[in-house]
Design a protein around this ligand. Structure first.
Ligand SMILES: O=C(O)c1ccccc1NCC(=O)[C@H](O)[C@H](O)COP(=O)(O)O
Length: 215
């Protein structure tokens, strides 16, 4: 991985895990606000984590089809650097959120097959960046964080019109191939550094970032 490639560790719930991520070289940390998720945080807990996070780390709040009332409360209470919209928010809604909160917005796009790539173009130029993730599988309660990969070959030789991150089932074992296949310079993951759903492992975080740097 080139030195300027960024890693986002998502779904952090403990201050010690945030410190481990920062020490290992993560550029972003993600807080999940989705009650069905094992990584869900209440706003006061996220505020405490965010205030204690090392300076320079980009703190990302992940929401799913959140309304303005929730986002108003969230942005007032938690020091944040970016919003991640991980539901079916329209391009108009992405623009509205950007304008209302004055924070960069990352829009997640789920990919399972080639036809899904049109969604990337739809949000390019509207969102500040795109998170290209595995599409929510049928039967899952979670729009993300399922630990499943998609066909990375769909992204090879793609011409990008805005910054983007690759996500979906990345692990210390497969991240090198993922980077080589897609050319990703930003990487996001959650399950691949967990010992059980929602429980991050500092050793796995270090192993992941080392593996990515060796790619
Ligand atoms: O992680 C969750 O529990 C989650 C819940 C609801 C919406 C999105 C969620 N995660 C989004 C992320 O940014 C994950 O890091 C991304 O989907 C990759 O997850 P994984 O495949 O587990 O590495």
């Amino acid at each position: 991985m080139p030195a300027d490639t960024a890693v986002k560790i998502c779904g952090l719930r403990k201050s010690s895990d945030i410190d481990a991520a920062a020490l290992a070289g993560a550029r972003y940390v993600g807080f999940v606000f989705f009650p069905k998720s094992p990584r869900h945080l209440e706003i006061p807990a996220a505020a405490a984590l965010s205030v204690a996070a090392p300076i320079g780390l980009c703190k990302v709040a992940l929401t799913v089809n959140a309304d303005n009332a929730f986002l108003d409360t969230l942005v007032d209470a938690v020091p944040l650097d970016m919003l991640q919209l991980h539901g079916s928010e329209s391009p108009e809604r992405v623009s509205e959120v950007k304008a209302r909160y004055g924070l960069p917005v990352m829009k997640a796009v789920g990919v399972a097959e080639r036809s899904d790539l049109a969604q990337i173009d739809l949000y390019s130029g509207v969102a500040d960046q795109i998170l290209v993730d595995t599409k929510k599988p049928k039967g899952s309660d979670l729009p993300g964080g399922n630990g499943l990969t998609f066909d990375w070959g769909l992204l090879s030789r793609r011409v990008w019109r805005c910054p983007w991150m690759l996500a979906g089932g990345l692990t210390p074992e497969n991240v090198g191939t993922a980077i080589k296949t897609t050319g990703a310079r930003q990487i996001d993951l959650s399950s691949g550094v967990e010992t059980s759903p929602g429980v991050k492992d500092p050793a796995l975080i270090r192993a992941f970032i080392q593996a990515a740097q060796a790619a």
